[in-house]
Design a protein. Structure first.
Length: 170
């Protein structure tokens, strides 16, 4: 209008907008009142104070879209989907196969995804130490066998045949 005001109040305009969207088969999210210094998370649908949010200068209100806990959960899901092609349910199923224990040491909880570095194929879920050990041995079974024999007291001493050329005893 000429005086800078709308013809209808906010509530009437909002109701008219809802009706137009409903006629198009769309729904409009209900506006939930949030106290000053707080924000509502769209994932957990809880109103939380700003100290439970990350700052984001590029957003209109200066805070992240999701609270810290929901954001961490979304990032974790995205990481496993992107890196291993696994959903949370598939990872939980892998853990359930081993009753939650590492299948190598049978002592620690299995929480780390183990995969073949050549093919990228997921082999299972291991504890941190066993997963790191396989990585340190470069996923080579021959090296792991020699390590096991070393632990059992059968030390293999390589024989020098030429400078830089060693032969292992058979």
């Amino acid at each position: 209008m000429r005086d800078g005001l709308q013809a209808y109040c906010r509530e009437c305009s909002a109701e008219y907008y809802r009706q137009r969207q409903a006629a198009k088969g769309r729904t409009v999210r209900e506006k939930i009142p949030v106290p000053r210094g707080s924000k509502r998370c769209p994932q957990c649908e809880e109103v939380k104070p700003h100290d439970q949010w990350e700052q984001n200068k590029s957003s209109s209100d200066g805070w992240a879209s999701y609270c810290r806990s929901c954001r961490a959960e979304r990032n974790r899901e995205s990481y496993f989907r992107r890196k291993y092609g696994l959903t949370e349910a598939e990872r939980d199923a892998l853990r359930a196969e081993t009753k939650g224990l590492c299948p190598i040491c049978l002592a620690a909880p299995a929480v780390h995804v183990d995969h073949d570095h050549e093919t990228g194929k997921v082999r299972g879920v291991l504890c941190f130490s066993c997963n790191a050990a396989l990585g340190q041995f470069k996923d080579r079974p021959d090296v792991l066998r020699r390590a096991a024999e070393y632990l059992e007291g059968k030390v293999w001493k390589p024989i020098l045949e030429a400078p830089g050329v060693y032969r292992l005893p058979s």
